[in-house]
Design a protein around this ligand. Structure first.
Ligand SMILES: [Ca+2]
Ligand SMILES: [Ca+2]
Ligand SMILES: [Ca+2]
Ligand SMILES: [Ca+2]
Length: 244
């Protein structure tokens, strides 16, 4: 009900948005939705609804860095920003965060070295080009942000779509845009009405989750000419209230 009243109010001010709101069940929305939670991980999604005729989006999502950290391999955070930068050393241990000797066989780590085997089964197999294991693949792996398959597709026009993602202390940044690769051929999303990405954060040990919030901060939704397709109150942004 609140949304309908709000949408009507917005339309009184912006006559041009009539079609945007009246043709759809819900007003343009950027949402964060809970997906899953374990003792050490918190998974949620970034979704867009009733967003029309945009060629680019950018969004910042804020989280409490006393409670969460990015879902990556361990690294030496030289500048203490909570994110991995190219001049920072990383430990190629996989997302469990530990080498074979410390793996507990349940995806976690023991405090003391107790084995020589790959108990968490996360060792990269260099003789298998399809190996998806992350320990020892010589790459820094950060899986805080996983875009939906659609955005990774090479089927036209999605081959003209590119994205950038970055996760640091307290902030996740997602940018995606259709790039005009063939002159004169600029694609747009006629409608975005779906999950955009799965986001995962690691819960810091001893953190209290209750009353923590994950929220959408700055965002931009752009038309092909680079101008904003929406502004301010035209888009509802949903906050995610974290519970224990
Ligand atoms: Ca850093
Ligand atoms: Ca490991
Ligand atoms: Ca291992
Ligand atoms: Ca790795």
């Amino acid at each position: 009900m609140k949304n309908i009243i709000f949408a009507s109010f917005v339309c009184l001010i912006f006559h041009s948005c009539n079609t945007l709101i009246q043709d759809r069940d819900i007003s343009p929305t950027l949402a964060l939705r809970f997906q899953n939670q374990t003792a050490t991980e918190y998974e949620f999604s970034f979704e867009m609804y009733s967003i029309e005729n945009i060629s680019a989006f950018a969004c910042e999502i804020f989280f409490d860095e006393d409670v969460f950290e990015i879902y990556s391999e361990p690294f030496t955070d030289l500048d203490n920003d909570g994110g991995w930068d190219y001049d920072e050393n990383f430990y190629d241990y996989g997302l469990d965060g530990c080498e074979d000797g410390f793996e507990d066989g349940e995806g976690g780590c023991n405090l003391v070295e107790s084995s020589i085997e790959d108990l968490n089964n996360d060792n990269y197999n260099s003789s298998d080009s399809t190996s998806s294991q992350l320990e020892g693949n010589s790459i820094f792996d950060d899986q805080t942000i996983i875009f939906e398959d659609l955005f990774n597709s090479n089927i036209p026009p999605m081959n003209d779509f590119n994205y950038v993602k970055y996760a640091e202390g307290g902030k996740i940044s997602l940018v995606g845009a259709f790039v005009e690769e063939t002159p004169g051929q600029q694609y747009v999303f006629e409608i975005l009405d779906q999950k955009i990405a799965t986001l995962k954060l690691r819960i810091k040990s001893g953190a209290v989750l209750d009353s923590s919030v994950i929220s959408i901060g700055n965002w931009q939704l752009l038309q092909p000419d680079g101008n904003g397709a929406y502004f301010g109150g035209m888009v509802a942004t949903e906050t995610l209230y974290v519970t224990q």
